[in-house]
Structures are given as C-alpha cells and as structure tokens.
Design a protein around this ligand. Structure first.
Ligand code: ADP
Ligand code: MG
Length: 697
C-alpha cells in the first residue's frame, strides 16, 4: 500500500524524466509522497479585485481586471524590458517584465480581459507592477474560489513552467489517486475527542482550500500530527532509557536536615523548595534521573545543587559539579568550600590548570572514595577521571555542553549510571524545552530570592557616553564596581580584540587614576584568574571585558553593567550579561549602549531588555526573532523536520500534542493495542523514510 507513495515522481502524468530531475535537485521531491507533503507556504487571497484607481503604494499584492492597451519593448541587450499599458475603466497602470520576455509577450494579447496580480509600486504619479502574474479572466488554471496556494519553488523550476501554478497542477493530478490510498495516522478516538480533521481532508484542504475555516482546521491537524510524532518519539526514548537504566536509591536526609537547620544562612524560596523536592523524589525512586533545572540568573541554583549533593553523599555516594569555564568552576569551589567544611565533606577542584601533583591526588581520592565532591570544568570528562561510586553528576549552564558530553558522564562508573542533573540559566521557552530536552524531566525555579531590587535597564546612544561615564563615576564614589562589556564574535576575534583594547584605552582616559581591570578569552587562564580576583576583592573598580564574564560570575558589589555595541548581542546573551549585576542589596543598573541607527530586530531586542527582566518572556521574543533553527542544539532534535508546525507560534498545539502522546504511551507503552495501530504504522514509516534519507544524503 505504501508502495504507491514511494512511486518515482517522473511517473506522474505530465512530469516525465526531465522535470523529475529538476524536482529532485531543486526541491528534494523524489516521490509521490514527497510531492503530497510539499505544502504551500502561504495563500493569496484572490477573492478581492481592485479597481486601478484604488491602488496605493502601501498595498500588498493586489489583483486587477483590465485589458492591455499597448506593449513596448524598451532598451537593448541585458537592459531590455517589456512594458505594457494596462487599463480598466478607472485608470491605467504599467506592467513591467525584465525576464522571460518572449514567453510573456505571447500572453499579452490586446483587448482581451486579463487578471494581473502583483505588488504595486509608485513611480512619480504612476503605478506599476513588476513581473505580475497574468491570467485570462476566468482562467485556465482552476481558480480556487477562496485562497490560492503559493508553493515554494525556484527560478530554475519557473523556467520549466514549474512555478507555483505548475506545482498546483501536478497536485491536482495526484490528489484523486493519492487520497483514497492515504492512511490515517492517528487513532479514531483521538481524532474525535480533539475534533481534528481526518488526514485525507486535511491534505486536500491544505492544497485546495475550500474556505478559510477549513484551511485553518487542516493546518491545525497537520501541525498537531507533526508535534505528536515528534513528542511520541522523544517520550518513547525516555521510556526506554528509564526501563534500561535502574538508578541507585539515594534517600538519606540527615545531612540535608542538619544543613538546612544549622548552616543555611537564608530562607529557601518556595520555588527552590519545590525543585529540591522534585529532585529528591527522583533520587529515591530507583530510576535513573535525567533532569533539567531551569532558573533565571540569580534564582539560586547553586544552593539547590548543593543540597541535592548532600543527599547523595549521605547515601554513600560521590558527586561532581561541572562548570563551563575555569572562572566559574573556581567560583563554585570557593563558594561551596565553607559549606562543605562545616558539613565535614571532602571537596576538590579539578581544571585544566590543576597541577600534575594535584591531579594525581584527586585521582587517588576519587578511586578510594575519600573525595565526596569534585568541582571542575571539562577536565572532569577525561577518561582518566574515574570515580569509586559516582551517585550524582551536576552540570551547570547546560548551553555550553552537548548531549554527547552528558552521555560521557553516564559512563563514569564501571557498573551503573549516575543520576544526572543539568542546570541552565538560559531560559528556554516551554515549547522549545519540551522538544530540545524532551527526553529530560524539567524543573523550573520561577522565583527570585526576596529582597532583590529589580535591575534598572536603560538604553543610551553613543552620544550620551559622557553622561553615562559621569554616572559610573558617581557609583564608584559610592563604593560600587562596574562592568563594561564589549562584543566578541568568533569569526573576527582579531578585530574584536582591537575594539576591546580601544575601548579599554578610552576607559582609561575617561577614568584617570581609577583601578581598571581587563578580561578576555585570549588571556592565559592564570592571568584571567588574577584579574578576576582583583575585581572580586574590590581592588579594581572597573572591569573591561568581553563576554567571558557572561556565565555565572558572582560579584554582589558590582552594580552597573554597561554593554557597548549592545545591538550586536543576541537577546539571551544580553540577559545573561545583565544577570551579573543585581546580586547584592544595592540598586543595580544595566546600560545598553548602541549607535543611533538600528535595524528592526536590534531595536526590538533592546526594547525587550528595557521592558522586562523575565527570562522566559525574553526567551519567547528571542525565539520569535531568530526562529528555532538558530538556537543551539536544534539540529539533532527533529525540529528541523517540521514542515507546517512552528515552535515559535504553535505552542498551544505542541502542548496538546505532547499531552496526547503521553496519554497514549501511559496506557500502551509498546503501541500494541489495535486502536493504536495507525500510530505504530506511521512510526514505522517515519523510521523507514529516515533510512532512505540517510542513503540519499
Ligand atoms: P544562579 O541561579 O544564577 O546560579 P546563584 O546560585 O549564584 O544563582 O545564587 C545567587 C546568589 O543568591 C548567591 O549569592 C546565593 O547565595 C544567593 N541565594 C540563593 N538562594 C537564596 C535565597 N533563597 N535567599 C537569599 N539568597 C539566596
Ligand atoms: Mg549559577
């Protein structure tokens, strides 16, 4: 049955080998099934006809009925163009073509009513349309009464008459053959309970809409289906893993209780308590934990991590905490050291710059089990680092680590997998998290510790720099410290370094006599640490830096973050940087400096920063601006397979689909029930298609 959909496209009536080759190379369409899934990317409303007098320059695409009065060929050679005067009873416009002139001129029959469709432009007092669509009135192509689908196509294809209309004609031929054979992919009960359109109706409607309402339903159905199978596969993956990997039971709470009552210097927020409970339930469950903790900068993830480590240590296991940079690993180590000492835990730091002697000592103590908590960088992942009994591995700031590295942590023990906790301060919109980390459980710390003053964010232009520097001086006189950050974009490290050095010099000139530090990625790590320490201790008042300070650094006395060329940063990066201030009791400020002329997206980014400090809201805007494909980690996630669904816009459908997939798997984890056969069959087809793909590419 599925054989029909695998039929080579050249066998479709009117296609043949030459067009087929073009469809293969230009659109990756090889089979009937793939043509069927070549969906329109938009629809043109061809219900309305304009009079020529009504045309204005700011209208989008318009269609007018008129007649050709005269045709003129202007210019020579490559500059040659064809201009037709086109009129209805209210006025005249010019239709212009620069390409395909001989083909067009055949269509330009004088005196016959034609429909011209295009984008109007004003030239002086006249209007014109470049390369309009031209059809006889009541056309040869079956004009859908409502929306005309517009298909993705290419210049090459258009030359062979495989423009949007050509593709539509092919689909017109294919649908009557294909629809009766098209299998339903969702169970009847699900279709009914969610009032979804059956698959056949949806496919017909998406190609040939019979009305705006049914088109909307068709899109909904197809989006739902895409999300449903994406989520189903992720959930199955998770299910398979929890079955395969039993977890060690970590359930002891004596250390935790003592820490909580005697040592912890502040009250945990409710969000922190909730997340600790969720993690604790995982640790004692007997199943291996793979959990992501999302918490905005400053939400207090470190202490949550430490409290969970106590449970593991108490239960007789070792733990590790891995950070993406040496600075950050150092800071975790320094910050946790006093707690660890009071709790009688042995803690060590392992980074790329640990001495050989130190490393050997650490390896020894890991193997004997004497070491309870190892803090470090990627150095932890090296194969020589073996634990006696690693019970819980925590990764801070996930966005710097990949899935493969997570997997390396699983292999740290000889005979069992540790529980894995990933903490990220990059807020990911729920929709994206569900997909990117669909195989992880997710906890959210959605509350900041009480008493934090909101950071004031301001946008200033370069011409305001003197005033901004004046403000910085006042802050420093009051005993505060200041960051000034310059952009660093990898492709042009040299010129960025130059802009940092220029910036540093101008800051030195503007602040004579002030102690100023500098920090960037090209420095040796010992130098970085030296500079960072001088800032932490308050010796330097101004830190001029690149985004190396982006992650995690904690200096509560720093109250101002100036970001130079802020228009060059991404939203989530700006948000991360801003999180470096507002960590103490004093009012903090983030000042975004930019040039005056800004693009639309840059302006939206800066406005968003000024408007809100809610990381999730910021992440949503970021997703809308950049689209999901640009975010790291999306490549292997299946997101790029989405044809109609859009993670940035269809969050509600995604939630619905995930819920439905979960319900199905809860009752029937192996999809063996007869009513779930459509799902099982479709999964098999998807898997087969992927195999085909890996053969082709
Ligand atoms: P992040 O989530 O960005 O990693 P940290 O763990 O570095 O945040 O915490 C930021 C600061 O807030 C630290 O100085 C930490 O000690 C403090 N902190 C954490 N939780 C609380 C709380 N519940 N009340 C007060 N201060 C807290
Ligand atoms: Mg942190």
């Amino acid at each position: 049955m599925s054989g029909f959909f695998d039929t080579k496209i050249e066998f479709l009536k009117g296609v043949g080998p030459q067009k087929a080759a073009l469809l293969n190379s230009e659109l990756n369409i090889f089979t009937f099934g793939e043509l069927l899934q070549h969906y329109p990317f938009r629809y043109e409303d061809r219900t309305r006809f304009y009079k020529i007098r009504e045309i204005q320059a700011d209208l989008p695409l318009v269609q007018v009925v008129g007649k050709v009065l005269s045709v003129q060929s202007i210019g020579e050679g490559r500059k040659k163009r064809l201009v037709a005067q086109f009129a209805d009873e209210t006025g005249t416009i010019e239709l212009t073509w620069f390409k395909g002139l001989s083909w067009v001129s055949k269509k330009l029959v004088k005196g016959v009513p034609l429909v011209a469709f295009g984008k109007p432009q004003r030239f002086g007092s006249k209007f014109s349309m470049a390369h309009p669509d031209l059809e006889p009135l009541g056309g040869t192509v079956d004009q859908a009464p409502f929306f005309q689908p517009v298909y993705p196509t290419t210049e090459k294809l258009r030359h062979r008459f495989l423009d949007s209309k050509g593709l539509s004609r092919m689909l017109k031929g294919l649908l009557p053959l294909a629809l009766p054979k098209l299998p339903e992919t969702l169970p009847a009960a699900l279709i009914e309970s969610l009032a979804l359109l059956p698959k056949r109706d949806a496919i017909r409607e998406i190609h040939f809409p019979s009305g705006s309402d049914s088109l909307r339903k068709a899109l909904h159905r197809l989006k739902f289906e895409e999300f449903f199978f994406l989520q189903l596969r992720l959930l199955k993956l998770k299910l398979a893993r929890t079955e395969k990997y039993k977890g060690r039971v970590l359930d002891q709470t004596r250390l935790l209780t003592r820490f909580y009552h005697d040592i912890l210097p502040f009250q945990l927020t409710n969000a922190q308590k909730k997340v600790i409970r969720e993690i604790y339930n995982d640790l004692k469950s007997g199943l291996q934990m793979n959990r992501l903790v999302q918490g905005d900068v400053g939400s207090g993830k470190t202490i949550v991590a430490f409290i969970c480590l106590l449970v593991a240590v108490d239960s007789g296991y070792q733990t590790c905490l891995m950070a993406p940079t040496e600075i950050l690993a150092n800071q975790h180590y320094e910050g946790l050291m006093p707690y660890a000492q009071q709790m009688g835990l042995k803690i060590a730091l392992l980074t790329g710059s640990s001495s050989k002697k130190k490393r050997e000592e650490i390896h020894r103590e890991l193997a004997s089990g004497a070491l309870h908590l190892l803090v470090g960088t990627h150095a932890l992942l090296e194969d020589v680092v073996k634990f006696h009994r690693l019970g819980l591995a925590i990764i801070d700031e996930q966005h710097r680590f990949g899935v493969a590295q997570r997997a390396k942590l699983w292999a740290k023990n000889e005979d069992f997998y540790p529980h894995v906790l990933v903490m990220t301060a990059t807020p990911i919109p729920r929709t994206l998290a569900m997909t990117l980390y669909g195989d992880l459980d997710i906890s959210v710390i959605d509350e900041l510790p009480a008493g934090r003053k909101a950071i004031q964010t301001l946008h200033r232009y370069d011409k305001d720099r003197l005033r901004v520097f004046g403000f910085l001086k006042k802050q420093i006189e009051q005993g505060r410290q200041v960051y000034i950050v310059y952009p660093l974009i990898e492709e042009s490290e040299k010129s960025d370094l130059k802009s940092l050095m220029d910036g540093y010099e101008s800051v030195c000139r503007a602040f004579p006599g002030y102690p100023i530090g500098i920090l960037h990625g090209n420095m040796k790590s010992a130098d970085k640490e030296y500079e960072m320490n001088r800032f932490v201790t308050g010796e330097t008042k101004i830190m001029v830096a690149t985004t190396v300070i982006e992650v995690g650094v904690n200096v509560p006395n720093a109250t101002v973050m100036v970001i130079e060329n802020a228009e060059r940063f991404g939203l989530s990066q700006l948000h991360q940087l801003r999180g470096r201030v507002g960590r103490g009791a004093e009012q903090s400020y983030c000042i975004l400096m930019s040039r005056y002329e800004l693009g639309k997206d840059s302006r939206l980014r800066l406005e968003t920063m000024v408007r809100t400090s809610n990381g999730f809201e910021i992440a949503d805007v970021d997703l809308r601006i950049r689209g999901p494909g640009d975010l790291s980690g999306t490549q292997q996630s299946g997101i790029t397979d989405l044809k109609v669904a859009d993670l940035a816009k269809d969050g509600a459908i995604l939630s619905q689909a995930r819920e439905a997939a979960r319900t199905v798997l809860e009752k029937d984890p192996y999809l063996r029930f007869p009513e779930n056969k459509p799902i099982a069959d479709q999964l098999a087809r998807l898997r087969k298609n992927e195999l085909n793909w890996s053969r082709i590419s």
